[in-house]
Design a protein around this ligand. Sequence first.
Ligand code: 5GP
Ligand code: MN
Length: 349
Amino acid sequence: MKNILDPDAVRNFQHLLEKHEKIVLTCHMRPDGDAVGSVLGLWHVLKAIGKDVSVVVPDRVPRSLQFLPGVRQIAVNTQYDPYCARLVNEAGLIIMCDFNTASRQGELAALIQGAQADKVLIDHHRLPEIKCNVMFSFPDMSSTCELVFRLIAACGLYNKVDKAAATCILTGMITDTQNFTVNCNNTEIYEILMRLLEKEVDKKKIVDEALKSTSYNALRLNSFALLERLQIFEKSRCALIVLSKKDLDNFNYQKGDTEGLVNMPLEIRGIVYSIFMREDDDCIKVSTRSKYDFPVCDICSDLFDGGGHLMAAGGEFHGTLQECKDIFIEHIADYDKFLPKKLENLEIN
Ligand code: 5GP
Ligand code: MN
């Protein structure tokens, strides 16, 4: 495996680890497998080298990730904010994982950004805008967990990765690559997979828990969304799913129930990108995915105050669901120029 990390940055990171005993690890709100996997993976390794380390996350970890070893030790800011504030304020070092702008931490952002601690960012989103002492930012990487593994290896700590740490790290790689089906052409990720499997990780269990553990209601909601709420824009090769609060209530929606829904329309031959709008309590959550390097991140940053990766991005809209949909439809043709030419004659059916 090539060492692609900047040796100076690795050295600076090692110095920070030597300098500080109290360390806080944190990630973005609505945490996914890569966010929780990266902080918990690091947590296990830093504990193994004797650090006083805590994990503080903005809001609850979804049910599909509750199997991760160490998950019960996580401090959730929406549930125990005085405790989280104490941990953050006492920390000498804060390691931020899997986000590129402070706003991705919601209400936790002010506490983390205002803390006096030294800070490290470990992330794979484009255009990071976070102040820190040391930054590891690799937008081409499959996942933040891949980066965490590389960093642990570069620090000579591979032998401190036990089964629990390996399980967390592999979970992020599996969820961000949809079990090695997207973002997975770099041969080195299979070398990392091999190293993690050598730690006796149960890969099947991770896939079952993190990717295949839907509830009956969630399956029905997703089926309803595909049957009744999916609209195809043929010329733009776009699939749009819109779910209102009422739709969600009808299926007793729980957080995480629509995870993965946005990917499904990409299975239609000829569809290039998929957009999902969900009416949450505080905003319209927009989630997008694409194929053929179509830049859905541009749609999210232009229209929905968001961003992310080239082919997996998201944002938020503050207004009604109808307004959100209208804005997108008004601008949809602007993005036709990014459609791959080779599909021009392929019918969607
Ligand atoms: P998801 O569709 O799974 O919620 O998010 C996919 C990716 O889009 C995330 O990894 C993240 O990079 C990005 N993303 C999602 N929501 C937002 C958002 O509200 N703001 C920004 N800047 N990025 C987001
Ligand atoms: Mn990620």
